[in-house]
Write a protein that binds this ligand. Structure first.
Ligand code: NOJ
Length: 733
């Protein structure tokens, strides 16, 4: 922190009353948008009285320059010390120009593209008056039933860490006070992604081994990348709701990791300590959370109503309050809000920048990079722009809304380029459309009832007829965007409604099918894999979805995405991830029945982590190591030559994994430790180099509670996915 800011904060702190200090620790919902269960007395109104009293530190969900200026004005006109508000909002995958959902964007493995996307989101949000986004969500997601896997970077902590850092660079830039940067927020600290049964808001119970080796590394990466804020979460972790966890917030985050920003609670997560059975009432909840290091109370009314009195009776130390306020004021200073509280409030900028052509072009580029070609039997793809009759079928084919995704901020309803529009732009009359069926969910935005499966098959015959009379069918199915995201856990992650029936009828009429999936989570695709020659995973790609997908379908863009989450054969395999443990009874015990397996399905993923094809082919040479014995202080250099053996230029994500064969605590069968995205012209080759040190081989030992690498034998794998790899051994001494 700069000494100038430090001094200013100290001077201000000296002048503040206890009431004013606690005011800074309070965040209210401004109710232009609703992202949580607002108590009825506050819904739909600005907290005028509190703003005038100067006892509000922040608002969330205030939208537009006009309204943000209004709220800031009320505060500053009345506030004795003129402390500006900080305005937060969930800018998760774009503000007005929508980008692919974060899970999709992570499938690009393209850190520059991911940074560029966050940069645009920050530029638009800042132009609309905002200062702070509640992103990135860095929860590792290994349970596809959990709807929020769409909001993270998938199942792997290494990829997740790099993606998180890229997004923070994009949001925050290198100067938080610039008018096109906003503060980022790493969330949800911690282990929210491990909700039991994949059920949203559920409890989490995980070992120290998983917590430190899998869950925490992306958060640590955020702190190292200079993230301005962290959000805790709703979940109970091993008996302590994380909002009340001193271990996480004080010992680790602010202690061992040296985090200098502030911690905001999740929506009412302080008040929910009562429901958890951890606090008797909101007053006790305030004490627990403040003592544990939750600096700001989002919409929980615990700090505003009870914290002052609890400080006065000595249940919370003044030093802790000062620490929280210091952190909050520091972020406000860094954002430049004290110099000019209205610096983000400029209607002209807002008008010029939101949904600009430049932003849409970047959105299209990132969307293309996020598409994963899962299967392409017989090179059915790319399609021809002429000389082919193309049927465009499916409930999502002409949909202009679902591709916008579930955390759509201020996106305009129905504003995405649909797949049908994208295809028509390229091939005009050569394509024809039939919907085939609806998506099979009822009330879209708020699915409150379970009556989501509808059984109307009346539109299928028309689609079948069209399929019969076409050379090839592009079949767009998947999930509504409101079937994933917050509060959208599913027990059945398959195709809702009559989509399966539609697929079967179309394939029977014309087997030349390209399945285009739009979804927010891995889906079980065993049937599709068995009967459909080409499958393209497009997630929910944002404003330019249809153009981006058409670019890929017709070969204007050669796909290079790789899955950031394993796709199961059957949903009964969940949680499913490549980085699993070997168990005491692995494949080697087969064919005896007494090994770790299912009797009715294979163990492995249908499409594993890291999988993704291209329209060209890549040949991997042999792995070369500079040594087969690496010292604790030294390094190991691995290289491999990759050749583009196909007929067009393409990109490949070259992935490096390791396995620690014998250790004092069991280690996964593979762990990603490096990757490189390379571009090769047809016929060209490139040698890719990796370097590992003992730090890359280190793990957290839950008995000794320390990080370190252990001497012994390792395996090193390089390949095109977590499955398609070559292996060489080496030893760490
Ligand atoms: C609850 C969500 O869990 C969190 O991620 C989000 O930022 C807040 N609501 C605010 O909308």
């Amino acid at each position: 922190m700069s000494t100038a800011i430090h001094k200013k904060v100290e001077v201000l702190l000296q002048q503040m009353t206890l009431k004013e200090k606690i005011g800074q620790m309070v965040q209210y919902n401004a109710s232009w948008d609703l992202t949580g269960p607002a108590p009825s007395e506050t819904s739909g109104a600005l907290p005028y009285k509190e703003l005038e009293e100067g006892v509000v530190g922040s608002l969330l969900n205030a939208i537009s320059v006009k309204d943000i200026r209004k709220a800031q004005q009320i505060t500053l006109e009345h506030h004795r010390l003129k402390i500006p508000l900080i305005f937060g909002y969930d800018v998760i995958h774009g503000y007005k120009t929508m980008f692919p959902i974060p899970l999709g964007e992570s499938a690009s493995w393209d850190l520059e593209a991911i940074e560029a996307s966050a940069r645009v989101a920050a530029t638009e949000a800042a132009a609309a008056g905002l200062n702070w986004t509640f992103a990135p969500m860095v929860d590792v997601g290994r349970d596809a039933r959990w709807g929020r896997v769409m909001e993270g970077a998938g199942e792997d902590p290494y990829l997740g860490s790099l993606v998180a850092a890229a997004r923070i660079r994009g949001f925050q830039g290198d100067d938080l006070s610039a008018t096109d940067t906003i503060a980022a927020c790493a969330k949800h600290f911690a282990a929210y992604g491990y909700a039991e049964g994949g059920r949203e808001y559920n409890s989490t119970d995980i070992s120290d081994n998983v917590l430190h080796n899998v869950v925490l590394p992306p958060f640590k990466a955020c702190v190292d990348a200079g993230v301005a804020t962290v959000m805790n979460g709703f979940n109970d972790l091993n008996g302590t709701p994380v909002t009340a966890s001193s271990y996480l917030q004080r010992d680790l985050l602010k202690g061992a990791w040296g985090f200098e920003g502030f911690v905001v609670s999740d929506w009412a997560s302080i008040a929910e300590l009562v429901m958890h059975g951890r606090a008797t009432d909101k007053a006790e909840a305030a004490v627990l959370a403040a003592n544990a290091g939750s600096d700001m109370d989002m919409e929980g009314y615990c700090y505003s109503e009870h914290l002052a009195e609890k400080v006065q009776v000595g249940e919370v130390d003044m030093a802790k309050i000062d620490d929280a306020v210091r952190r909050i004021l520091t972020v406000k200073y860094k954002l430049g809000l004290f110099d000019d509280p209205y610096k983000y409030c400029n209607e002209k900028r807002e008008q010029a920048l939101l949904l600009s052509d430049e932003h849409l072009a970047i959105a299209r580029d990132v969307a293309r990079k996020s598409i994963v070609l899962l299967k392409n039997e017989g090179d059915i793809l790319p399609l021809k722009k002429s000389g082919q009759k193309i049927a465009v079928i499916g409930p999502l084919a002409a949909c202009k809304d679902v591709p916008l995704g579930s955390w759509r901020a201020q996106a305009i309803t129905d504003s995405a380029v649909s797949l049908w529009e994208g295809i028509q732009t390229l091939v005009g009359e050569n394509a024809k459309h039939a919907k085939g069926c609806d998506l099979g969910i009822g009330n879209r935005a708020f699915i409150l009832e379970l009556t989501i499966n509808e059984d109307d098959v009346s539109k299928i015959p028309e689609a079948v007829e069209l399929a019969k009379n076409s050379d090839v069918v592009v079949l767009a199915v998947g999930e509504d965007c409101w079937q994933s995201g917050e509060a959208r856990s599913r027990v059945d992650i398959g195709f809702a409604g009559v989509q399966q029936q539609l697929m079967e009828a179309v394939v029977a009429a014309n087997p030349n099918v390209v399945l285009v999936l739009m979804n927010g989570r891995p889906m079980p695709l065993a049937w599709a894999d068995a009967y459909i020659p080409a499958i393209v995973e497009t997630w929910h790609l944002g404003s330019e979805a249809g153009n981006a997908i058409a670019d890929v379908l017709f070969g204007d863009y050669n796909p290079s995405g790789k899955l950031p989450m394993s796709f199961p054969r059957h949903q009964g395999q969940i949680p499913l991830y490549y980085s699993r443990k070997q168990t005491g009874r692995g494949e080697s015990v087969a064919p005896s029945v007494f090994w770790s397996h299912y009797i009715d399905e294979q163990n492995d993923a249908l499409y594993p982590f890291g999988h993704g094809l291209s329209y060209t082919t890549f040949e991997y040479g042999d792995i070369q190591l500079n040594t087969s014995e690496m010292s604790m202080e030294g390094s190991l250099k691995a290289s491999i030559t990759i050749k583009n053996t196909g007929e067009r230029a393409g990109k490949e994500v070259v992935q490096l994994y390791i396995r620690d064969l014998i250790a004092s605590e069991t280690r996964p069968i593979k762990e990603l430790k490096g990757f490189q995205l390379i571009k090769l012209d047809a016929g060209a080759s490139e040698t890719v180099h990796f370097e590992l040190t003992a730090k890359d081989l280190a793990f957290y030992n839950s008995m000794t509670k320390t990080w370190g690498a252990e001497a012994g034998k390792f395996e090193l794998f390089i390949g095109s996915s977590s499955r398609e790899v070559q292996m060489v051994g080496f030893e760490l001494r």
